[in-house]
Design a protein around this ligand. Structure first.
Ligand code: F0G
Length: 315
C-alpha cells in the first residue's frame, strides 16, 4: 500500500543559518502525500495490516496519524477508525480523515486517554493498531535518516525534531544507527506538554502546537535512550517561541509548516547548535489554517480602480 511517500526535499535555510551561525537545512516532511511524515510509517503499517488480514485499522491521534491512516486504509479497502481529542485537532487534518472515509470519533478526553483505549480495543478485536507503538511504523519512519544522509552526502552533526508521542525521534535514531552514524538528536517539547523534560507525565498538556499536545509519550524510554546515546538533549520551547519560529519560516525561508514542526527551529534558535544541522519540519502549514489566520496580518480590502490598487500594492 503506497502513495509514493518519502523522498522529500531537503533545503537550505539561509536566514536561520545566519541567525544561528550553523549550516541549517530543513527536511520538508510536509511534502509527503498526506502532508506529514506519518506516511513513511503508515505505508508499512497498513501493508502489514493487509497481510495479516486485519478487519480494520485504528489509531489515536492529534490529527496527522489520523489523516495518514485514513488515506492508506482507504487505498487498501480497509475500514479506518480514528480517535481524536474532541475539538483539539487542526481543521485540515479533520477534513482529510473525513474525506478518506474514516470513522472519526471525537473523544471527550485527551490523546493519552485515546491511546490507552485503542490499545485495549486492538487487544480485543482483529484490528491493526497503527500508532507508533506499532513497530512497522518505526521501520518506515527511519527512512528519513537514510535520506538525509544521502541528500547531504554525509550525516548531519545535529538533528532537531519536535517530540510528542516520541515515535519519530525513536525512528530517526534507529535509521542513523543502521547507517552507522550518530548525529546528536535535539528534541523539543512545548513547555506546556513536556513530560520528557520534566521526567514525569503531564496530566493536562496544553500548547498551541496541537500535534504535540501529549502528556505521556508511548515511546518514552526509546526516546530517552536516543537522546542519551546520541549525546543529544531534550528541552522545552514556549508557545511564543514556537509561533515566532513558525512566522519566521514562512516569511523568511518561504516554508509554511505547522506549529508543532516549527518547534524544531524554535529550539535551535533558542539553544543553538554547531555544524551542519537538519531541522525536521514534520507537517505542512496548510494542516492548520486557523493558527495561521490568527497569526497572520489581515487582507487589504480594495475598490476596483487603478488608484486604489496602486495604493494597496505600493502604499
Ligand atoms: N510533528 C507533527 C506535525 C506531528 O503530527 C507529531 C505527532 C509530531 C511532530 C511528534 O511526533 O509523536 O512521533 O513524537 N503526531 C501524532 C499524531 C501524535 O497523532 O498525529 P512523535
Amino acid at each position: 500500500m503506497t502513495l509514493d511517500e518519502g523522498d522529500t526535499p531537503l533545503v537550505q535555510a539561509p536566514h536561520v543559518s545566519e541567525l544561528t551561525g550553523a549550516d541549517v537545512w530543513l527536511k520538508l516532511e510536509g511534502a509527503n502525500p498526506t502532508g506529514s511524515f506519518k506516511d513513511r510509517g503508515m505505508t508499512v503499517a497498513v501493508s502489514a495490516a493487509v497481510s495479516e488480514a486485519a478487519e480494520a485499522v485504528v489509531c489515536a491521534s492529534t490529527g496527522n496519524t489520523a489523516a495518514s491512516a485514513a488515506a492508506y486504509a482507504a487505498r487498501a479497502g480497509l475500514r479506518g477508525a480514528v480517535i481524536v481529542p474532541e475539538g483539539k485537532i487542526a481543521t485540515g487534518k479533520l477534513a482529510q480523515a473525513l474525506m478518506h472515509g474514516a470513522r472519526v470519533v471525537a473523544l471527550r478526553g485527551s490523546f493519552d486517554e485515546a491511546l490507552a483505549l485503542v490499545r485495549e480495543l486492538a487487544r480485543r478485536h482483529r484490528i491493526a493498531l497503527v500508532n507508533s507503538v506499532n513497530d512497522f511504523r518505526i521501520e518506515g519512519q527511519k527512512t528519513g535518516a537514510f535520506e538525509v544522509c544521502d541528500q547531504l552526502g554525509d550525516p548531519p552533526d545535529v538533528l532537531c525534531v519536535p517530540v510528542g508521542n516520541a515515535g519519530n525521534v525513536t525512528a530517526w535514531w534507529r535509521g542513523f544507527q543502521e547507517y552507522d552514524t550518530a548525529p546528536r538528536l535535539h528534541g523539543y517539547q512545548a513547555a506546556g506538554a513536556a513530560p520528557l523534560v520534566r521526567g514525569a507525565p503531564v496530566e493536562a498538556p496544553e500548547t498551541v502546537a496541537s500535534a504535540i499536545r501529549i502528556g505521556n509519550p508511548a515511546r518514552w524510554e526509546d526516546a530517552m535512550n536516543a537522546f542519551t546515546a546520541s549525546r543529544g538533549e531534550v528541552r522545552t520551547v514556549s508557545d511564543a517561541e514556537i509561533l515566532d519560529a513558525y512566522t519566521l519560516l514562512g516569511a523568511r525561508e518561504g516554508v509554511f509548516c505547522e506549529p508543532a514542526s516549527a518547534a524544531a527551529v524554535a529550539g535551535l534558535l533558542k539553544y543553538g547548535a554547531e555544524g551542519r544541522v537538519v531541522c525536521v519540519l514534520t507537517g505542512h502549514g496548510l494542516k492548520d489554517p486557523q493558527t495561521a489566520m490568527n497569526r497572520a496580518s489581515s487582507v487589504l480590502p480594495c475598490e476596483p480602480d487603478l488608484d486604489s490598487v496602486e495604493a494597496a500594492v505600493l502604499g
